[in-house]
Design a protein around this ligand. Structure first.
Ligand code: HEM
Length: 188
Protein backbone atom coordinates (compact mmCIF):
# COMPACT_ATOMS: atom_id res chain seq x y z
CA UNK A 1 0.00 0.00 0.00
CA UNK A 2 1.20 3.50 -0.83
CA UNK A 3 0.97 4.84 2.75
CA UNK A 4 3.16 1.98 4.06
CA UNK A 5 5.67 2.50 1.27
CA UNK A 6 5.82 6.24 2.03
CA UNK A 7 6.39 5.65 5.73
CA UNK A 8 9.18 3.20 4.98
CA UNK A 9 10.89 5.07 2.17
CA UNK A 10 10.87 8.54 3.79
CA UNK A 11 11.99 7.36 7.24
CA UNK A 12 15.56 8.62 6.93
CA UNK A 13 14.51 12.09 5.84
CA UNK A 14 11.89 12.30 8.58
CA UNK A 15 14.53 11.48 11.15
CA UNK A 16 16.87 14.16 9.79
CA UNK A 17 14.08 16.76 9.88
CA UNK A 18 13.16 15.80 13.41
CA UNK A 19 16.76 16.08 14.60
CA UNK A 20 17.21 19.48 12.90
CA UNK A 21 14.04 20.80 14.52
CA UNK A 22 14.29 19.37 18.02
CA UNK A 23 17.49 21.33 18.73
CA UNK A 24 15.90 24.49 17.48
CA UNK A 25 12.72 23.97 19.51
CA UNK A 26 14.68 23.19 22.67
CA UNK A 27 16.59 26.45 22.21
CA UNK A 28 13.39 28.55 22.19
CA UNK A 29 13.46 30.96 25.12
CA UNK A 30 10.72 33.45 24.43
CA UNK A 31 7.93 34.46 22.07
CA UNK A 32 10.40 36.08 19.66
CA UNK A 33 12.23 32.76 19.19
CA UNK A 34 8.90 31.00 18.72
CA UNK A 35 7.81 33.58 16.14
CA UNK A 36 11.06 32.90 14.23
CA UNK A 37 10.22 29.18 14.15
CA UNK A 38 6.71 29.92 12.87
CA UNK A 39 8.12 32.24 10.18
CA UNK A 40 10.31 29.39 8.98
CA UNK A 41 7.30 27.06 8.71
CA UNK A 42 5.18 29.76 7.11
CA UNK A 43 7.76 30.44 4.40
CA UNK A 44 8.11 26.79 3.42
CA UNK A 45 4.58 25.45 3.93
CA UNK A 46 3.16 28.67 2.42
CA UNK A 47 5.18 28.17 -0.78
CA UNK A 48 4.35 24.46 -0.89
CA UNK A 49 0.63 25.02 -0.47
CA UNK A 50 0.55 27.52 -3.34
CA UNK A 51 2.07 24.89 -5.63
CA UNK A 52 -0.19 22.13 -4.27
CA UNK A 53 -3.27 24.36 -4.77
CA UNK A 54 -2.42 24.66 -8.44
CA UNK A 55 -1.81 20.94 -9.02
CA UNK A 56 -4.13 18.97 -6.75
CA UNK A 57 -7.36 17.40 -8.02
CA UNK A 58 -9.81 18.26 -5.23
CA UNK A 59 -12.35 15.75 -6.52
CA UNK A 60 -9.85 13.10 -5.33
CA UNK A 61 -9.03 14.92 -2.05
CA UNK A 62 -12.35 16.56 -1.25
CA UNK A 63 -11.38 17.98 2.17
CA UNK A 64 -8.14 19.52 0.90
CA UNK A 65 -9.17 23.07 1.83
CA UNK A 66 -9.73 22.01 5.43
CA UNK A 67 -6.16 20.69 5.45
CA UNK A 68 -4.39 23.93 4.50
CA UNK A 69 -2.04 25.20 7.20
CA UNK A 70 -0.82 28.61 6.01
CA UNK A 71 -3.64 30.69 7.49
CA UNK A 72 -3.31 28.99 10.90
CA UNK A 73 0.40 29.90 10.96
CA UNK A 74 -0.43 33.49 9.94
CA UNK A 75 -3.01 33.68 12.79
CA UNK A 76 -0.38 32.45 15.28
CA UNK A 77 2.14 35.03 14.03
CA UNK A 78 -0.50 37.74 14.38
CA UNK A 79 -1.26 36.60 17.95
CA UNK A 80 2.46 37.14 18.69
CA UNK A 81 2.46 40.57 16.96
CA UNK A 82 5.01 39.21 14.48
CA UNK A 83 4.99 40.01 10.76
CA UNK A 84 4.08 37.38 8.16
CA UNK A 85 7.08 36.70 5.87
CA UNK A 86 7.12 36.06 2.12
CA UNK A 87 6.84 32.44 1.00
CA UNK A 88 9.43 30.17 -0.65
CA UNK A 89 9.61 30.26 -4.44
CA UNK A 90 10.06 27.40 -6.92
CA UNK A 91 13.88 27.37 -6.47
CA UNK A 92 13.46 26.30 -2.86
CA UNK A 93 10.65 23.81 -3.37
CA UNK A 94 10.11 20.35 -4.87
CA UNK A 95 8.62 20.19 -8.37
CA UNK A 96 4.81 19.97 -8.04
CA UNK A 97 3.16 19.95 -11.43
CA UNK A 98 0.54 17.21 -11.21
CA UNK A 99 -1.81 15.53 -8.74
CA UNK A 100 0.58 12.70 -7.75
CA UNK A 101 3.36 15.16 -6.96
CA UNK A 102 0.84 17.26 -4.99
CA UNK A 103 -0.04 14.13 -2.97
CA UNK A 104 3.63 13.50 -2.13
CA UNK A 105 4.05 17.02 -0.75
CA UNK A 106 0.71 16.87 1.06
CA UNK A 107 1.78 13.60 2.72
CA UNK A 108 4.69 15.48 4.33
CA UNK A 109 2.50 18.41 5.44
CA UNK A 110 -0.25 16.15 6.82
CA UNK A 111 2.25 13.88 8.58
CA UNK A 112 3.70 16.92 10.33
CA UNK A 113 0.43 17.15 12.32
CA UNK A 114 1.49 13.97 14.18
CA UNK A 115 4.75 15.53 15.35
CA UNK A 116 2.87 18.83 15.86
CA UNK A 117 1.24 17.52 19.01
CA UNK A 118 4.66 16.84 20.54
CA UNK A 119 6.02 20.19 19.35
CA UNK A 120 3.06 22.14 20.76
CA UNK A 121 3.60 20.55 24.18
CA UNK A 122 7.31 21.43 24.10
CA UNK A 123 6.63 25.03 23.09
CA UNK A 124 3.63 25.47 25.42
CA UNK A 125 5.96 24.88 28.36
CA UNK A 126 8.18 27.76 27.23
CA UNK A 127 5.52 30.40 26.62
CA UNK A 128 3.51 32.17 29.26
CA UNK A 129 -0.24 31.54 29.37
CA UNK A 130 -1.02 34.74 27.46
CA UNK A 131 0.59 33.27 24.33
CA UNK A 132 -1.37 30.01 24.50
CA UNK A 133 -3.64 31.15 21.66
CA UNK A 134 -0.62 31.24 19.33
CA UNK A 135 -0.39 27.44 19.14
CA UNK A 136 -3.17 26.68 16.66
CA UNK A 137 -0.82 25.47 13.89
CA UNK A 138 1.10 23.00 16.05
CA UNK A 139 -2.10 21.85 17.79
CA UNK A 140 -3.23 20.89 14.28
CA UNK A 141 -6.59 19.08 14.39
CA UNK A 142 -6.51 18.62 18.19
CA UNK A 143 -8.42 15.50 19.27
CA UNK A 144 -9.25 14.81 15.64
CA UNK A 145 -5.61 14.54 14.49
CA UNK A 146 -5.44 10.76 14.27
CA UNK A 147 -8.82 10.56 12.49
CA UNK A 148 -7.73 13.21 9.99
CA UNK A 149 -4.47 11.35 9.39
CA UNK A 150 -6.22 8.01 8.86
CA UNK A 151 -8.76 9.51 6.47
CA UNK A 152 -5.95 11.20 4.51
CA UNK A 153 -4.12 7.87 4.15
CA UNK A 154 -7.34 6.11 3.11
CA UNK A 155 -8.00 8.64 0.33
CA UNK A 156 -4.38 8.57 -0.80
CA UNK A 157 -4.26 4.76 -0.87
CA UNK A 158 -7.33 4.66 -3.12
CA UNK A 159 -5.27 6.55 -5.72
CA UNK A 160 -1.72 5.89 -7.01
CA UNK A 161 -2.15 2.16 -7.63
CA UNK A 162 0.65 1.34 -10.07
CA UNK A 163 4.35 1.06 -9.17
CA UNK A 164 5.16 4.07 -11.34
CA UNK A 165 2.44 6.22 -9.76
CA UNK A 166 3.54 5.25 -6.27
CA UNK A 167 7.19 5.97 -7.11
CA UNK A 168 6.21 9.47 -8.26
CA UNK A 169 4.48 10.19 -4.91
CA UNK A 170 7.42 8.83 -2.88
CA UNK A 171 9.93 10.84 -4.93
CA UNK A 172 8.08 14.10 -4.30
CA UNK A 173 7.66 13.30 -0.59
CA UNK A 174 11.42 12.78 -0.26
CA UNK A 175 12.13 15.90 -2.28
CA UNK A 176 9.75 17.83 0.01
CA UNK A 177 11.67 16.65 3.09
CA UNK A 178 15.05 17.41 1.47
CA UNK A 179 14.09 20.93 0.44
CA UNK A 180 12.70 21.55 3.91
CA UNK A 181 16.01 20.41 5.44
CA UNK A 182 17.85 22.98 3.29
CA UNK A 183 15.29 25.63 4.24
CA UNK A 184 15.78 24.87 7.97
CA UNK A 185 19.58 24.91 7.59
CA UNK A 186 19.42 28.36 5.97
CA UNK A 187 17.20 29.67 8.77
CA UNK A 188 19.44 28.28 11.56
C1 HEM B 1 10.26 17.81 16.45
C2 HEM B 1 9.79 17.45 15.30
C3 HEM B 1 8.99 16.20 15.03
C4 HEM B 1 8.67 15.14 15.83
C5 HEM B 1 9.02 14.93 17.28
C6 HEM B 1 7.90 14.22 15.03
C7 HEM B 1 7.34 13.06 15.47
C8 HEM B 1 6.51 12.24 14.75
C9 HEM B 1 5.75 11.15 15.27
C10 HEM B 1 5.72 10.72 16.74
C11 HEM B 1 5.08 10.57 14.25
C12 HEM B 1 4.13 9.40 14.33
C13 HEM B 1 4.84 8.11 14.06
C14 HEM B 1 3.86 6.97 14.10
O1 HEM B 1 2.82 7.06 14.75
O2 HEM B 1 4.11 5.99 13.42
C15 HEM B 1 5.42 11.32 13.07
C16 HEM B 1 4.95 11.03 11.81
C17 HEM B 1 5.22 11.80 10.71
N1 HEM B 1 5.88 13.00 10.68
FE1 HEM B 1 6.90 13.80 12.17
N2 HEM B 1 7.77 14.73 13.77
C18 HEM B 1 8.41 15.94 13.75
C19 HEM B 1 8.49 16.80 12.70
C20 HEM B 1 7.95 16.58 11.47
C21 HEM B 1 7.95 17.52 10.39
C22 HEM B 1 8.45 18.95 10.48
C23 HEM B 1 7.41 16.90 9.33
C24 HEM B 1 7.17 17.42 7.94
C25 HEM B 1 7.72 18.51 7.45
C26 HEM B 1 7.03 15.57 9.74
C27 HEM B 1 6.44 14.62 8.94
C28 HEM B 1 5.91 13.44 9.37
C29 HEM B 1 5.25 12.47 8.52
C30 HEM B 1 5.05 12.56 7.02
C31 HEM B 1 4.79 11.46 9.36
C32 HEM B 1 3.98 10.24 8.95
C33 HEM B 1 4.80 8.96 8.92
C34 HEM B 1 3.87 7.83 8.46
O3 HEM B 1 3.73 7.67 7.25
O4 HEM B 1 3.29 7.17 9.32
N3 HEM B 1 7.38 15.41 11.05
N4 HEM B 1 6.28 12.34 13.40
Amino acid sequence: MLSEKLKDETKTYHYETEVALIGRIKAIKDKQDYADLLKMFYGYFGGLEKHIDAAIDTTLMDDYHQRRKTSAIADDLQALDAPVPTVAGADNLPVIENHLQALGALYVIEGSTLGGKIISKMIGQKLDASNGEALTFFNSYGEDTVNMWNSFKQKMDAQAKTEAEQAAVVETANSTFKHFASWIARAN
